[in-house]
Design a protein around this ligand. Structure first.
Ligand SMILES: C[S@@+](CC[C@H](N)C(=O)[O-])C[C@H]1O[C@@H](n2cnc3c(N)ncnc32)[C@H](O)[C@@H]1O
Length: 282
């Protein structure tokens, strides 16, 4: 790993005490549970910002974050510490389930669909779902399908809003969808990029939202995708979130989590359907 230096060239050390102060703060502010194993990662991810601000220690940086009344530095810090890995049609089993068990069972003109992607990262998840809807319903209107996509990271929210992706990050997207739903962005000096078309974008409202804070929306949603997000949260927080998701779902609605996650024992009113899919009984 690249050595972590202060702006004056001296090594920037992260003590266990500083790490525990930072992890306590991040747990409180974002729900993210950083264990000791994450110490090298935290050290590396915050070092650049500390150097840029000309600071001498992690403790000084933490104080700076806490003292900032605008919370802009807190947002920056969270941006640095979150993992935003995502891709188009990630965990494709969920898209198959949605197609067969939800979309093909209903007439959207009679019963519009409302969905929430909670922890949407840079937008591939909500746009993949919108493509699925467009493929299933030829005359899909904004009234038929609306989606809310939220993330705590300001940087990811901006990326999702922009909807511009580098070609080599789009390999899971069938070529036909690329032609139909994206336009090539002229960027001769850099790698080829594609921009989501407006007719896809019009279905997706993107906002910054911290899942551990109050939620302004009332729902109800037909389904909620919270995939590969709760993995960073402790049991208490996951239980609380699952309970709150249950309240926002329509009876018969579904909660999707990541395939490698588990909410066994925390289901509350939800019922297991198949791996990583849960249903609120009718
Ligand atoms: C690994 S990405 C998952 C993206 C997408 N759902 C998927 O499965 O491909 C996890 C996302 O959760 C977001 N996240 C982490 N903590 C959060 C919180 N407290 N509130 C809202 N979003 C959060 C991160 O910023 C990140 O973009």
């Amino acid at each position: 790993m690249r050595s972590v230096l202060e702006s004056n060239g001296r090594p920037l050390e992260l003590s266990e005490l500083e790490f525990s102060l930072i992890s306590k703060f991040i747990l409180e502010k974002a729900g993210i549970d950083l264990n000791l194993k994450k110490m090298p990662l935290i050290k590396a991810r915050l070092a650049g910002r500390i150097r840029m601000l000309g600071m001498k220690s992690y403790r000084q940086y933490l104080k700076h974050v806490k003292d900032d009344p605008t919370q802009k530095e807190l947002v920056r810090m969270i941006d640095k510490l979150t993992t935003n890995k995502t891709s188009f049609f990630r965990e494709v089993e969920h898209f198959d389930f949605i197609k067969k068990n939800i979309l093909r069972q209903r007439d959207l003109k009679k019963e519009p669909l409302r969905v929430w992607s909670a922890g949407c990262s840079s937008g591939q998840e909500p746009y993949s779902l919108t493509i699925l809807l467009k493929e299933e319903y030829r005359y899909l209107t904004k009234e038929d399908f609306q989606m809310l996509a939220t993330d705590i990271s300001a940087e990811m929210v901006n990326k999702a809003r922009l909807g511009v992706y580098e070609e080599d990050t789009m390999e899971d997207l069938p070529a036909a969808y690329m032609l139909k739903y994206f336009t090539k962005v002229a960027a001769p000096e850099s790698r080829t990029k594609y921009k989501v078309r407006d007719d896809l974008k019009q279905h997706v409202r993107i906002a910054r939202l911290n899942l551990i804070s109050e939620w302004p929306m009332k729902g109800p949603f037909d389904f909620i995708l919270c995939r590969n997000v709760m993995i960073y949260f402790n049991r208490e927080l996951r239980e609380n979130l699952v309970h709150r998701y249950g309240k926002l779902l329509k009876p018969g609605g579904y909660l999707f989590i990541g395939l490698s996650e588990s909410i066994g024992g925390l289901l509350g009113e939800l019922e297991y359907v198949q791996p990583a899919i849960y249903c609120k009984p009718q």
